[in-house]
Ligand binder design. Sequence first.
Ligand code: TYD
Length: 135
Amino acid sequence: MHSDQPRMIDLPKIPDDRGNLSFFQNNSHVPFGIKRVYWIYDVPGGEMRGGHAYKTLKEMIIALSGSFDVVLFDGREEKRFTLNRSYVGLYVPGMIWRHLENFSTNSVALIAADQLYDEAEYLRDPELFNSLRLA
Ligand code: TYD
């Protein structure tokens, strides 16, 4: 069964006249322990990132600046999440095909993951993904 579902997670927001502050911590605001953080930026207009799944890796995606869409496919259904708030994260478990598109100018995507970088975690062949998903 694939009971761990993608979902939007509201993060703490500490409003302040000096500027707002948000944060997330291991195992509380994100449902996993963080091992790696990376970010995607300077995306040229019309470009797409991702276009793969992870076997078991869990991640949280946040639009730190600007906006973009995360399109998720669980083998049956496609769902589009528009991220445009720096205090909202999208949690994505393993075995979900995902790509990011519609990046606004100067947008920054922050991604926290529960694993170190390992190419062996990637599923880059959609047919293999679909066959594993249906298995
Ligand atoms: P990739 O995950 O394929 O990018 P996308 O966000 O479009 O899915 O990664 C692109 C390249 O960057 C690839 O050669 C692997 C490298 N990379 C790392 O070395 N470390 C990392 O943490 C990540 C995410 C990618």
